[in-house]
Design a binder for this molecule. Sequence first.
Ligand code: CU
Length: 107
Amino acid sequence: MPPGTNMTAAYGRFINSGADTIEIISFESDSFASVSLHQTMVQHGTSRMKELMHWSIEPGAAVLEPGGLHLMLMQPKREIVVGSTVELTLISTAGQGYHFLLKVEAH
Ligand SMILES: [Cu+2]
């Protein structure tokens, strides 16, 4: 995160190795007060972001990437240092939590 900003984005490839679609309805991190799912879309030549309230992960791989779906991490609760890790928890409609460690990279 550049100095003076209080938001950054998370990208990655998530594998659903089960047979059923997983519906994620909550996004949490111990390191950020706010985590939300965004979709980038181009409207009238302008790139905009829209918040999605849930994420359907079908069996196979789901990708969060620049210019597409991404997680918006806002209001850090601590200093976010390149090379460290940030915890991420995705919670499904079934109430199950999926825990991830995301590596902090500079862009
Ligand atoms: Cu965004």
